[in-house]
Design a protein around this ligand. Structure first.
Ligand SMILES: *Cc1c(COP(=O)(O)O)cnc(C)c1O
Length: 410
């Protein structure tokens, strides 16, 4: 079956629940066992002490609403297994906690989502995990390999995570995942325990499938395109059964699980993720085209507008199935002009976050990336006149009219 069919029909059987075509919300914290023996065995499986089918025990470990969205998401992503969380940050933290300990290494591409960068520096560094970065872009694999080589003597017996966010936010720079996977394979051959993690929030699950490139783990802020309506904070992780079972062990231990209602919202939203992201992308193409021709706009960064001869365009064509619906653009002028433009926007919402049905517009330097240091801002070209736009599913002409009238006010 095709993915747009899978998300509607899989993961839930109405005949198990009085024929209810849509899943009920399982507002229960605990589950009745058929026998003491069953209780004993379910608990051993839930805690990872035994392998096997298992069953529901307690909603910090599992709940039918988690299972429905986890199955749908796995099928959509081509993963063996998935786990849902109460936020994207909970997903990222729990996953890292499952694989790194004091003395281990995280090599990552910069910029990352601000919260992730903060987590690395304020939490994992203090735990004794080294977090080291190279700039995101065409050169990332080469830079990362030479950085890793300079640490080689220290990596024996350690866990090494190669943590990638592509495209990068907000400059839409891409990293070649196939080339990063080759670095991992070399490390494994040398007896180093390496894994590749990819934050796929921007393009997934429709326009980019990192597991096809043989990465180990895909991470999501499901708050964005998967939730898709700016009404839920949630996260998800996908990968092999073995890895996800380890991650679920941490989730159950520290309680970073999702809740039944948010999981229900996610399963419901997945039914339309395909048509939402498709429509958002079609709108974005037209809007990028409009902005690129506007005399008050200096430059638009959007994958379809990459220089066709560039390495970035080659990576884009190789690993993405479409350009997505996020773009950044530079207004002619500085902060004053950028703020004047934003203050005259009427239809698009002046707000952080992205991936919702409504268009969201913001000023990265003053808002989403305000904690980022000067050098990183410079490297990523996050300047006073940069605007980020997450295109929604409104009629594209109305969005263009809104942007046009605000540009005219500058
Ligand atoms: C929003 C976001 C996160 C954090 O997710 P929350 O759901 O806000 O916790 C992580 N990575 C990326 C790329 C994001 O956009």
């Amino acid at each position: 079956m095709e993915k747009d069919t899978i998300v509607i029909s899989k993961g839930y059987d109405p005949l198990k629940y009085n024929g209810a075509v849509k899943p009920p919300i399982f507002l229960t914290s605990t589950y009745k066992f058929k026998s003491a023996e069953e209780g004993e065995s379910f608990i051993r499986v839930a805690l990872g002490l035994d392998k096997g089918e298992g069953g529901f025990v307690y909603s910090r470990f599992s709940n039918p609403n988690f299972d429905i969205v986890e199955e749908r998401l796995s099928l959509l992503e081509g993963a063996k297994s998935a786990a849902v969380f109460c936020s994207g940050m909970a997903a990222i933290t729990s996953t890292l906690l499952a694989f790194v300990k004091n003395g281990d290494y995280i090599f990552y591409t910069n910029p990352l989502y601000g919260g992730t960068e903060f987590l690395f520096k304020e939490f994992f560094e203090k735990m004794g995990v080294s977090t080291l970065h190279v700039n995101a872009g065409s050169e990332s694999p080469k830079l990362m390999e030479s950085m890793i080589n300079s640490y080689k003597g220290k990596l024996k017996g350690k866990s090494v995570i190669l943590y990638i966010e592509t495209p990068a936010n907000p400059n839409n720079v891409m990293v070649d995942l196939g080339a990063i996977v080759k670095i991992r394979d070399k490390l494994i051959k040398e007896g180093i325990n390496a894994k590749v993690f990819v934050d796929n929030t921007f393009m997934g699950p429709i326009f980019q499938s990192p597991l096809e490139q043989k990465v180990d783990i895909v991470l999501y802020s499901a708050t964005k395109f998967i939730g898709g309506h700016s009404d839920v904070i949630a996260g998800a992780v996908l990968g092999s059964e073995e890895d996800i079972s380890k991650i679920k062990g941490i989730r159950g231990m520290i309680g970073t699980n999702g809740n039944p209602f948010d999981s229900w919202l996610m399963a419901r939203s997945l039914e339309t993720v395909h048509i939402r992201m498709q429509r958002q992308m079609e709108n974005a193409k037209k809007i990028a085209e409009f902005l690129s021709k506007h005399p008050k706009v200096d430059r638009v960064i959007y994958p379809e507008l990459y220089d066709k001869k560039s390495e970035q365009y080659r990576i884009y064509k190789k690993q993405c199935k479409g350009p997505g619906s996020l773009m950044s653009f530079y207004i002619k002028g500085g902060k004053k002009e950028a703020f004047k433009f934003l203050n005259n926007i009427k239809l698009c919402k002046l707000a952080v976050s992205l991936g919702g049905t409504e268009s969201l517009i913001e000023h990265p330097k003053a808002m989403t990336h305000s904690e980022v240091d000067e050098n990183t801002l410079k490297d990523a070209e996050i300047t006073d006149n940069m605007i980020r736009l997450s295109v929604g599913i409104e009629n594209y002409q109305d969005i263009i009219n809104d942007l046009k009238s605000a540009l005219d006010k500058i």
